[in-house]
Design a protein around this ligand. Structure first.
Ligand code: FES
Ligand SMILES: [Fe+2]
Length: 381
């Protein structure tokens, strides 16, 4: 659908702003328009705490990974002092990326003219070119990006004036405390590249309990969920949208599979179901009785993204002799569920190109999507 001339005039979004029972989803152009996406990059991805991964991915000095946040490249590396630092992945000479992928390195060497940076980002060598008063190594280190962590979870922020990470997360660390977030280590991380859909569709999908029997008829829908509540938007202090589902067993195994014992420290309701906090804007978590899964959305444009599925287990579980064998059951579930969602959001993306403008309605099972759409409008308008 063609976008209006005054794209950010609040009048276009009045029906999204209504109370959930009366509200419409975002207009189609919010998922297709390059101009709308550019505004999201400027007002959201440049300003928020972006989750980028876990400390256990880079456990030794020199371990690094690269990352792309809505087109902005960073490199994250553990120094000889054990500190994890993030830098703009852009050489101080003439701007090439200095690293790709992930791995372990003694130094970060730019492939263009081999300017070489230490594990702390300092420029240490400029082959064929001597240092002089016009070219001082000390002035030309990689530019740092603000990085903060909660337990082992790493976040970066491009805005030096942004609130601290813990303020951003608000109630989240407290709500998750009995899972022992600091004991969690990465089991497996899998990347689905170039899913042809706008990133918001996946965030909404995760918070839409209506689709489960239809999109996951052979899997999720068959899992016994007793006392399943409608997705309730809980009052939350912090930049999250969360809900809780009551059910038996682990929400990270397929029906009939058995796995690891429940986390012994779980308290209260957390023993009886799964807690789904979504850290705005792109990180969806599922804390269930025996593990944690995270889906990360990495927009690559208005109509495409990479999607990551990661599974975390308490460290002591990963020491068991049967860990790899049993963990496969968890990975198998993830490998079925997430592709089902990838397919449906790509179909939705194509459908959103229909040249019509009549507003739809959210149902009572999509109140969290409504909350997300309104958060989004709060940022971009
Ligand atoms: S651009 Fe990196 S060394 Fe020239
Ligand atoms: Fe789904």
């Amino acid at each position: 659908m063609t976008e209006p001339l005054e794209l950010f005039d609040p009048a276009h979004y009045a029906s999204v702003r209504l109370p959930a029972q009366k509200a419409a989803p975002l207009p189609n152009w919010c998922y297709t328009s390059p101009a709308f996406y550019a505004r999201e990059v400027e007002r959201i991805f440049m300003k928020v705490w972006n989750y980028i991964g876990h400390a256990s991915q880079i456990s030794d000095p020199g371990d690094f990974f690269t990352h792309d946040i809505a087109g902005m490249p960073i490199v994250v590396i553990r120094g000889d002092d054990g500190e994890i630092r993030a830098f703009h992945n852009s050489c101080r000479h003439r701007g090439s990326m200095v690293a790709t992928g992930e791995g372990s390195c003694k130094t970060l060497m730019c492939p263009y003219h081999n300017w070489t940076y230490g594990r702390d980002g300092k420029l240490v060598a400029t082959p064929l070119i001597d240092e002089d008063e016009n070219l001082r190594h000390a002035d030309l280190g990689l530019l740092p990006v603000r990085l903060e962590r909660w337990a082992g979870f790493l976040f970066v922020n491009f805005d030096d004036n942004a609130m601290d990470l813990m303020q951003w997360l608000g109630d989240l660390p407290g709500n998750c405390a009995s899972y022992g977030p600091e004991t969690m280590v990465l089991g497996r991380r899998k990347v689905y590249r170039d899913v042809k859909a706008n990133w918001k569709l996946h965030f909404e999908n995760f918070n839409d309990s209506l689709h489960i029997p239809f999109v996951h008829g052979g899997t999720l829908a068959r899992q016994g969920v007793s006392g399943r509540k409608r997705a309730i938007f809980e009052e939350f202090n912090g930049q999250c949208i969360d809900h809780f589902t009551v059910h038996k067993g682990s929400r990270s195994l397929l029906e009939g599979d058995t796995g690891f014992p429940p986390i012994a420290t779980l308290k209260g309701r957390y023993r009886e179901g799964t807690y789904y906090p979504c850290i705005l804007p792109t990180t969806m978590m599922g804390w269930t009785i025996d593990c944690l899964f995270i889906f990360e959305l990495h927009p690559t444009g208005p109509e495409s993204m990479n999607v990551v599925s990661a599974l975390f287990f308490p460290q002591e579980i990963t020491q068991r002799d049967d860990f790899e064998e049993l963990a496969k059951r968890y990975y198998r579930r993830q490998d079925i569920i997430l592709p089902e969602d990838n397919v449906i959001v790509a179909m939705q993306q194509r459908g959103l190109h229909a040249p019509v403008s009549a507003a739809s309605r959210f149902t009572h099972m999509e109140t969290l999507c409504h909350a997300f759409d309104n958060w989004l409008l709060d940022q971009v308008l």
